[in-house]
Design a protein around this ligand. Sequence first.
Ligand SMILES: C[S@@+](CC[C@H](N)C(=O)[O-])C[C@H]1O[C@@H](n2cnc3c(N)ncnc32)[C@H](O)[C@@H]1O
Length: 373
Amino acid sequence: MDFRRRLWRVFLLLTVLLATASSWRTAIGTGRVSNFNYWTTKLFLVATGSLSHNNSNTTASITTQRKHVALLLGVRPTLPNAPKWLYRKAWKLHNALLPLLHWNDVTVENKNALKVLWCKAITSVDPQSICQDNDWTYDMMPNYSRWWILKLIPISLYPRLHHANVEYRTVFLNRCIQQEIARLPSSTKIRLVAIGGGYDVRATRILSQNPRVQEAWELDLPVVIHGKRALLERLKERREKTKGPVQLPELRAVDLNDLDAVRDILAEFPQNKKQGETWHTIYVIEGVMMFLNDGLPKELFQLFREVARADGENASICFADHLTCSESSDSLTDEEERETVKSLFGSAGWNHFIHWAVKPGKARQMGCVRIHE
Ligand SMILES: C[S@@+](CC[C@H](N)C(=O)[O-])C[C@H]1O[C@@H](n2cnc3c(N)ncnc32)[C@H](O)[C@@H]1O
């Protein structure tokens, strides 16, 4: 992208920020606080020159799903009736802003994973969100931009688009993982494994805070693991000064399409297991399977099962992803989609389908499965 284009995007961002800040002040003055998201979205539309689009690709069924899943999870819904093109524009604008947000920061290269981290960071400091995490995600963020984006600008000014959508899956997965941990006997040792964990801090937070979890692993592409290591080291340094000890997960660089390489990593699992101990592995899969080769999800699930069986263990998978072929699942009803995902797991030997929910967006299939009861 040439310099002028970049400059134009920065100018757009500043316009939106200034305009939203002034609408915020007006709203405070007039008590119209509940309309913030409406007005910030309108301003975003004006700033991006998008008001002339029509809303024809907003479907009633998607809106209904959104309402249901938000209610189910206790999350404030995404902006009602926001068209798909608005999500696409917001995602593109976020892309353009990354160099500015990470100016002079440690090198983090995967833009998608980074944008998801920013979405999570917004909800993690939102006083109205159940995803608040005592600054764990905040402590992953860049030195200079984290304060003004996450603490200075009121979170209610950010239109509830991508970060609200990511909040659904964050709440769902946090809850599933907590439930899986809580149902296991206290003598069972727990291993948490984030598959394609990106820059997410969940595994580190749970490992550091929950004494039931003995070890955590994260598998991702080499370039992501490289950046993650730097981010986690900075987080450790920041938190250990004031907020207590941080235990870091085992980070492993791998291409998940390479099953043999994944198998080699999973073979390291029993290294801390002592004789007579019972272990349970909880795999967390969030927005990653949709990037892998066709048919890979099933093969990976089979591999996870094989490894658990070889070690005489049980395991769970908590997922928020797109596990089936996009073209075919777009035309399915919620119930048909559930059956398709359930049979995918069944065919890989994961027969206990425990939770299920569907949300809007790409990583819309959410649930939890176990090998045995
Ligand atoms: C959208 S990000 C989601 C990251 C994280 N799960 C989260 O929700 O914050 C997708 C992640 O999948 C990883 N990924 C994509 N293809 C991969 C592959 N072939 N092998 C390993 N990781 C992969 C990316 O590197 C990235 O971290």
